[in-house]
Design a protein around this ligand. Structure first.
Ligand code: IMP
Ligand code: MG
Length: 186
């Protein structure tokens, strides 16, 4: 019907504004993949996807890497329904395969306070991989509590709670193809 296409994908209730659309995300992931290939691509790579938030990002990134990768997943205690981070993240799923002697790339959705990435790095280092790099889609440096940076960052953003493209608020909004800010009254 005339006019239907305009409303085909209305912005869901609770979404304030779109920060990064699908095309922008796709283009940036291509650039990240090129950087990762340059620095980590010589001996293959084990991608460790931090569930659930990094699901879409890891899947898209892995398909843009032009060399063989293995993929494993970890699950970490989440924000639940809160907007604030936890200072001692809990790992709730072990890796399926050993990473001993292998080059590893941690892929996470957001580097926020830094507690998650820092705990993850120390845990994985104990498993003796040959190298560990980290790649996050988003970085919120203003919120950092632990002195840590990621090796590869998609976008640096200000201190705002964001959802979409894997990121949730209370399990909502993960499947949105874009990254958006939330109305504050969530
Ligand atoms: P950190 O331990 O504080 O660095 O938190 C990292 C984790 O918190 C991320 O992997 C996300 O799962 C979650 N997180 C942090 N900021 C946001 C956000 O703006 N939206 C959704 N999840 C977030
Ligand atoms: Mg996470």
């Amino acid at each position: 019907m005339p006019g239907d296409s305009l409303d085909a994908n209305p912005t869901p209730e609770g979404i304030k504004s779109i920060l990064f659309d699908e095309t922008t995300i796709d283009q940036r992931i291509k650039e990240l993949a090129e950087g990762i290939e340059e620095r980590c691509g010589s001996d293959g790579l084990t991608i460790i996807c931090v569930l659930t938030g990094a699901l879409m990002f890891a899947a898209d990134l892995a398909r843009k890497l032009d060399f063989p990768v293995e993929i494993d997943c970890l699950r970490i205690g989440s924000y639940g329904n809160r907007l604030n981070s936890v200072s001692k993240p809990k790992f709730s799923a072990p890796l399926k395969n050993s990473i001993r002697g292998k080059p590893v790339l941690i892929v996470d959705d957001i580097l926020d306070t830094g507690h998650t990435l820092s705990a993850l790095m120390s845990d994985l280092e104990k498993q003796n991989p040959s190298s560990i790099h980290s790649c996050v889609l988003l970085d919120k440096p203003d919120r950092r509590q632990v002195d840590i940076e990621a090796d590869f960052v998609g976008f640096t953003i200000p201190d705002a709670f964001v959802v979409g493209y894997g990121l949730d608020f209370a399990e909502k909004f993960r499947a949105l193809p874009y990254i958006a800010t939330l109305e504050s009254a969530q």
